[in-house]
Every structure is written in C-alpha cells, then in structure tokens.
Design a protein around this ligand. Structure first.
Ligand code: BYC
Length: 328
C-alpha cells in the first residue's frame, strides 16, 4: 500500500487514558487549560504522545512529498525569475520537513523509523500531493491555494499545546506567507493574461478544487481524531472550521480574478456559513490509502532518493573515517 495506513479506523482507545496515573493526568490537563506549553521532558499521556507523533510525522511527510508536484516545474517554469522562485519555494518546503521531523523526534520516534514508514506506505501524507501537475498553472494553484489552506490550519495549531510543534509551525507560517504571495502573483499573471492563459488557470482550478476541499480533512462528523486532539489543544480548529475559514478568505479573491469556483452550489447562507457540494469522500479515502493517481510514483521517487542517499548518511555517521580518493 502506498501513502496509506488504516484510515478511518477508531482512534487509539481512550481506555488508554484510564491506565494513566490520574494525578499526573489531572496536572497535565490543568497545564493545558492554563495555556502552558508542554515540552519534551514533561510527563504526557501516551495517547497525547501517539497522536502528536502521527500528526507531526504526517505533516513532515506532506512537506517532503509536496515538493514533488511543484519540483517538477523548476526546470519548466516560465522564465528565469519563476524558476528561481520555484526552486526557493521547494527548498523551503524541505526545510519545513526538517523542522517537523525534528519536532516529532522529540517524542521518541526516530527519523529513520519515520522515513521507513513513509516509503513502506504505512504513514500518510496530504491527499493533495497525490495529484499530478500537468501544466504550470497547476503548480501555481498549489503555491497559492494549498499554501493558503496550510496557513489557515497552521496558524490555528501554532497556538496549540506542544512547544516544539508550535514553534516549528510559527516559523513555517512566516515562510508560507511568502509562498502565498509568490503563488498569488503567478496566478494573477495567468488570470490577467491571454485567453489561453486564462483558460489554463481556470482548468487548473477546476482540477484542484475538490482536492483542496478535501485537504482540511473529512467532515467533523466523521473525523475520528478531532475530539482527542482538540481536548489536548493539538488541534485548535476543527476540519470544517478551517474549511469555512478558507472559503471566507479565498472565494472572494478567486472571484476578483475573474475565475469561477467549479461548484454551482457554493454560496454563503444568511448565517454566513458556506454551503458547498461535498467533495467525493470515497475518492479521498482511496487517495489517502494509496490508490490516488500519483501515490505509487511519489513513493517510488522518495524510495529512490532514500537508496541513493544511503552512502551520504553512512559517511555522516562516521565523521572520523578516512577516505582515499583513487587518482585513477
Ligand atoms: N490528507 O480524524 P481526522 C503543505 C486522515 S503540507 C491525508 O480528521 P485529524 C505544503 C487522517 O490522518 C501541510 N490524510 O484526522 C507542502 C486520519 O487517518 P489516520 C500539510 C488525511 O488528524 C509542500 C483520517 O484521515 N498539513 O502545505 O484529526 C508544498 C481521519 O481524519 C487528510 C498538515 O499536515 C488529508 N488531507 O485531522 C506546498 C497539517 N485529512 O491517521 C504545501 C497537520 C485527514 O487515522 N495535520 N486525513 O490513518 C492536521 O492538522 C490534521 O492531521 C488534519 C486531519 C487536519 C490533516
């Protein structure tokens, strides 16, 4: 299975909480209620640790795999300026993965274990990166709207309870806001360009809208982890709240560019809530369980990188070793 794992199974049982020391658990929850940050040496319930590892690890994998659809356009981006920008963005995303893997390591899972779980298909990463970027416009939609969605989610969670994750998210959000400007600029260029360019960006938006709607996770009523994550302030907004906030902010901006959101049912009701056509959640399940259009390709690239980089990791682990370069 690629990019999979057992989706929508019940969360790790809250029975586990019953085996925790009640006094320690109460002190831990009081700290969270006071808005204190939990740091790596602090006592924490096993379920909190497991959930954090899951979320942070999946996030790190998303950054790494997320470089692939945009990375494919580094050499083909229109003009030198865009090529430079694209390269810098991809480099930033790899940096985000580094920060996140380091944050997850503080919880006791090694980077090697995380990498193995990624390339074996055990761990998940974001659904959106299992779709192709057949045109430059697709890449610009990622840079603008996926990054916009990521900022909505991450700004909220940066105020969460686990110190290392929050600090990583704060830094990531600063860089993501540059990516957002970069992506917006590229989309504006296409949307205000020739008829062919406008057609290209509209077609890309049509392809990406549904994956973007899924990006925030399944509807709250079917989300299995939200309750536990919100109780301990790992997640500071629900999936539906983030989706709504994204729609509030970006539907008007998309309209300003003369583009059409490909959902005829999209409208804000009198209460201000966006009503929309539910994306195909069956497709979502398929994609996050390894059966999306690009899952196999994405993991194959990652696996090759891992294999080809093995000698570098080995050399770094033995800094005192002496190597001789043959002259001929
Ligand atoms: N894709 O109970 P739920 C970026 C899974 S990268 C795949 O609601 P939760 C960028 C979920 O894992 C930024 N799987 O889960 C990078 C669970 O399965 P498991 C990526 C998803 O944790 C490069 C099951 O569905 N952002 O921006 O409460 C270039 C049930 O879901 C997805 C993050 O990673 C999905 N979209 O909420 C450009 C943010 N959604 O684990 C840009 C960190 C759900 O039980 N993560 N699933 O097998 C989170 O905030 C939360 O984990 C989620 C899901 C909101 C994603």
């Amino acid at each position: 299975m690629n990019g999979g794992g057992d989706t929508f199974e019940a969360p790790v049982s809250s029975d586990q909480e019953q085996h925790e020391d009640p006094e320690k658990l109460a002190m831990f929850e009081a700290r969270i209620a006071r808005g204190e940050k939990i740091e790596p040496p602090d006592w924490m319930p096993t379920l909190y640790r497991q959930q954090l590892i899951r979320v942070i690890e999946q996030h790190a994998h998303s950054e790494i795999i997320g470089t692939l659809p945009e990375g494919a356009w580094i050499t083909r981006a229109p003009g030198f300026r865009r090529k430079m920008g694209q390269m810098a963005k991809v480099q930033d995303e790899v940096g985000h993965a580094q920060l996140l893997y380091s944050a997850a390591e503080t919880l006791g899972k090694t980077r090697e274990e995380m990498m193995n779980d990624l390339i074996s298909g055990k761990s998940k990463y974001s659904n959106v990166f299992n779709y192709p970027t057949p045109t430059w416009a697709d890449s610009t939609v990622i840079s603008w709207l996926i990054d916009a969605g990521a900022i909505v989610n991450q700004l909220a969670n940066a105020k969460g309870s686990y110190g290392p994750y929050c600090r990583a998210l704060e830094r990531i959000c600063v860089e993501e806001s540059f990516h957002l400007k970069y992506g917006h600029d590229a989309v504006v260029h296409l949307a205000t360009g020739s008829a062919k360019q406008r057609e290209m960006i509209q077609a890309a938006l049509n392809r990406w809208w549904s994956p973007i709607m899924m990006f925030f996770g399944p509807p709250d009523k079917t989300s299995v982890h939200t309750k536990a994550l919100m109780k301990w302030k790992v997640k500071m907004a629900t999936n539906d709240e983030c989706r709504q906030q994204f729609l509030d902010m970006y539907v008007p901006k998309i309209g300003d560019l003369g583009l059409t959101v490909p959902d005829p049912n999209l409208r804000q009701n009198a209460a201000g809530t966006w009503e929309y056509t539910e994306p195909d959640w069956e497709e979502f399940k398929q994609v996050i369980n390894g059966n999306g259009p690009c899952n196999a390709e994405r993991l194959a690239v990652r696996r090759t990188a891992e294999e080809k980089g093995a000698w570098v990791r080995e050399a770094l682990l033995r800094p005192a070793a002496q190597y001789t370069t043959p002259l001929a």
